[in-house]
Write a protein that binds this ligand. Structure first.
Ligand code: BG6
Length: 284
């Protein structure tokens, strides 16, 4: 079942799993299975609509990272406006698994921000959260409802909760090429990702058949599957960057999270008038 609690929607599965989605950003801020939290949410996250949520699953659209030079996204804020707009709750579509939908069109985006996207885009984005006993699937459809093509990027900025980052390995990416955003170098990975410093890696064109897993002490605790999302960001801010983010608390929180973020971010999706693009991430 689902209940609309004003600023958030709460999903409850008959076998006990729960998910909470804020209308602000259509941000999933809590997902529990067997009472255990599966996502990391900063204790200092702003949940009142004053700032993008630090943790959970912020939605990144129409640009990943800063606006791109000489591109209609150039003036947009970091990671676009989906995460800082209040989405419309469209209702529940199924009961087992329990699924709910949220919609975002230009009218939901604060006008001053919308005006920073130098494209006459008319769009409708619908995100569907589907909660089963052990899975949380987040699907997106972007429709071009206007008469001109537009370009966009999409990313699920998923913060996974881990016990201790020193015992974590991100698996499945050996042999894949990644851009290290901290050095701008492209490297092909020869080993699993283990953490001892800040990482900001964009894996590009990872085959859809690859499940990205997080193992702790060698045992898989999270599995991420992707549909129509060729790229994946792996991010941990480590000590200095976490220290510099006012909404990142406690300060050692970087030890309890790793972001595995499926997206289409190494290039733009070009959407023709009347066209529909869809993608999803499945978390286990
Ligand atoms: C990641 C980016 O997706 O998001 C990083 O790869 C960025 O470069 C991080 O630092 C957090 O971004 P923000 O805007 O939420 O602080």
């Amino acid at each position: 079942m689902s209940s609309d609690n004003g600023d958030r929607v709460i999903l409850t599965h008959p076998l006990g799993a729960t998910a909470t989605i804020l209308k602000y950003g259509a941000t999933c801020i809590l997902w529990t299975v067997g009472g255990a939290e599966r996502l990391w949410l900063s204790e200092g996250a702003h949940l009142d609509g004053s700032k993008a949520v630090r943790g959970g699953i912020p939605l990144v659209f129409p640009v990943f990272g800063p606006g791109k030079k000489n591109h209609p996204t150039e003036a947009l804020p970091q990671h676009g406006f989906a995460r800082t707009s209040t989405w419309e709750f469209l209702g529940q579509t199924t009961s087992d698994p329990v699924a709910v939908q949220f919609g975002l069109g230009p009218e939901q985006v604060p006008e001053a921000t919308r005006a920073l996207w130098a494209t006459p885009a008319d769009f409708l984005v619908v995100v569907t959260f589907t909660l089963s006993a052990t899975l949380l699937t987040t699907a997106v459809e972007v429709a071009n409802t206007g008469s001109a093509a537009f370009d966009f990027q999409w990313l699920f900025h998923t913060y996974l909760r881990v016990q201790a980052i020193d015992s974590v390995a991100v698996q499945g990416l050996v042999g894949q090429t990644r851009l290290n955003q901290l050095t701008s170098a492209d490297v092909t990975d020869s080993h699993e990702v283990v953490f001892s410093e800040e990482y900001d890696l964009v894996y590009k064109q990872v085959p859809e058949s690859v499940a990205i897993t997080v193992a702790e002490h060698g045992a898989v605790t999270h599995t991420t599957r992707r549909v129509n999302l060729p790229d994946a960001v792996v991010w941990n801010p480590w000590i200095a960057k976490a220290g510099g983010m006012a909404d990142f608390t406690p300060k050692d929180g970087y030890r309890h999270m790793v972001c595995v973020e499926p997206g289409h971010v190494s290039s733009f999706v070009s959407l023709a008038p009347g066209a529909l693009w869809h993608a999803s991430q499945e978390l286990l």
